[in-house]
Design a protein around this ligand. Sequence first.
Ligand code: FAD
Length: 802
Amino acid sequence: MKSQYRVVVIGGGVVGASVLYHLAKFGWSDVVMLERRRLASGSSWHAAGGIHALNADPNMASLQAYTIDLLSEIEKESGQNIGLHMTGGLTLAGTPERWEWLQANYRIFQSIGIDDCELLTQQEAQKRCPIMSTEGVLGAMWADREGYIDTTGTVQAYATAARKRGAEYYEETKVEELIQSDEGWKVVTDKGTITCEHVVNAAGLWAKQVGRMAGVELPVSPLKHHYLITDTVPEVAAADFEMPMTVDLEGFTYMRQDQKGVLVGIYEVDHEHWAMDGAPWNYGEELFQEQLDRIENELTLGFERYPSIQNVGIKTWVNGAFTFSPDGNPLVGPVPGKRGYWSACAVMAGFLQGGGVGKTLAEWMIHGEPEADAWSMDVARYGDYAQNKRYIRETTGQFYSRRFVMTYPNEQLPAGRPLKMAPAHDAMTEAGCKWGVSWDLEVPLYFAPKGFEETPTLKRSNAHDIVTEECKAIREGVGLMDISGFSRFEVTGPNAEAWLDRVMASKLPAPGRAKLAPMLGKDGRLKGDLTVLNWGDGTWWIMGSYYLRAWHKRWFDDHMIDGVELRDLGEEYCGFAVVGPKSQAVVEKLAEQDISGLKFMGCGDFDIGLVRARVARMSVTGEKGYEINCRYGDHIKLRRILLEAGAEEGLREVGFNAMGSTRLEKSFGIWSAEFTQAYTPGMTGMDRWIDWEKEFVGKEAALAERNGNGPAQVQATLEIDAVDADASGYEPIWANGERVGFVTSGGYGHYTGKSLAMALIDRDKAEPGTELSVHVVGVERSARVVAPSPYDPQGKAMRGWS
Ligand SMILES: Cc1cc2nc3c(=O)[nH]c(=O)nc-3n(C[C@H](O)[C@H](O)[C@H](O)COP(=O)(O)OP(=O)(O)OC[C@H]3O[C@@H](n4cnc5c(N)ncnc54)[C@H](O)[C@@H]3O)c2cc1C
């Protein structure tokens, strides 16, 4: 072992080995992986080795598809047998809603290029898995690329392939301390100290402790998990093919063949955490005693699903632990505030996702950015709030117990909530507010009559008419919306303007003005859809999506220069928006200064009643509107005075559901849908805000796009002939049977009365009037491209022109 490397990967499980392999593959061979015992001696050795294509998150499904394809490659490269059995796999639907969900997901898979799936009837499914009872099965999805592998062999294969490419790994070498220095990191091990530029935490069950070694508190916890392996099952032994990997979602089990018996794994509803502060250092290749009382119900369902296993013995019980983040996705990427410290942990399904995690992290370290949009596994998708132990326990537990439970798009889950509440939260609840959550903050969805409960559904919700009323208030009267759920950064200092001018691709606004500002990465892809406000007193604000706070902050910090002070105002400022044609009348009543001259996209300081507020005349709803930003201490008062002042104009409180519908009617894109870090300004229409005359981060790449042949796909707005359900995202779009794009976001335009979607479509199909079709909740619907902004295309309402 040398005393200096470029990268030290801590942990020789499947994830660490994949990171090591990808670093070496992409050209960094001065890398070493340290393992305190033997390879695969954490969670990895006792995994069930199952590989499935299905994941409700399309980005994770793509990651899994990459990993599955990689497996035979590393087997070949390493010469190490990984025991790959590509049996194909079944996912069973046991309720009508689940069957609908599966059909919808089948289409979403097509959207993201996973084409080797098919939908099967109950009888067809049974033919492929003859040991299964079809009781309650309404249908199934088949995927070719599913099966299982030998877990220890797979870890060995990654590590051997990495070594063949020049990387090193050492077993029986425990990292005991991490010390950050100006040059990078000192990694203190029981075999000596190594200096390096980068450290990767791939410590699996011990990730929490390896985080703490660097002063990092990662939101991760181990939970226990059971599977059993049966003795020989005569029907299995007699079959001339292998049973497929079969997931029974309503039964909470997965099953695969194991020699002449089967392995049945259980997602326990009655979950149990273990070693929340990380596994003990003396924990090795041990298992826990099985806990049958905790899994009795799921076990019964499993034995009913595969009746032949009732007559055979159980050869092996495994009750082991593996790690989860609050949303179940991995924690990957550069840890904010710790230069050169990278996370590759909380990988719940390392054999299924580890390849993709290794690839993503290696690209990130080497090129500065991963190739694909890594948001859904980015360690910076969480803020400091997620360090709280109870939050971690509740959210990881909820994810685990619901792993096979269907979650509806309009469903609100309770774990870790309410966490942060804007000051007027209780008064708004009293007024009927139904809450959603963005990051740590409760955000208003809509205001309902007392006793109203929303029913979870894949289709239009029973809150539909309430949202229609709120949209009508916004379009015809005046609505009041809590906008605490926007992010606000303050930029000051002698170099504030120069810095903003460089990181934002747009022209900067003049004093007293606001401007939409795309922010690009060096590779010319999007990094933000922000609004910059110039308050005219040397203070600038950047406003954006609240849930991106830590993610944007990491980016700002990474690109910071001297002479600039950046503050996240997320704990200081909140506010209300007053939106609609009558908004000016309401705000004027309260403003101590003349606010009538504040033009569209103007901003300034105003006294709104007794509240000192920073007001901007803009609204994402496409109506005339005022965003009134106040200090947290003024939030309750601001709401009260606005409600009083607006009573005469019929002011009505509205929520984010109405905001979502009105913005769709205006074809205003949002982050994580129309805009992501995988898309470019040309694809998304963001290029119209770029100032090509100036220098900015990403200009070279953005210019190359502009001067090239143009993007293959562009944004378009669709009107869909949907009756009882709307598109939501990732649905495939067809032209004469050929897939030509996918929905980026969709919903009902409550004021226009149309089912709308925004989409990325092949350029030659994006012309208004083009007839297309879209699968909405699995059912093909006719659709057509319409001109952007189905409501008020000239923008008269938001500008206040009559
Ligand atoms: C019962 C069960 C069934 C499962 N079934 C599946 C399945 O079918 N498919 C699937 O994809 N996944 C499955 N999993 C999950 C899978 O096991 C994990 O996702 C995977 O093992 C995580 O790998 P890892 O490399 O992140 O962590 P680990 O395997 O825990 O590896 C971390 C390594 O880091 C080492 N380490 C820690 N601290 C230090 C230090 N300070 N110095 C040096 N070394 C250190 C440890 O010794 C360990 O070897 C299952 C898990 C369980 C418990």
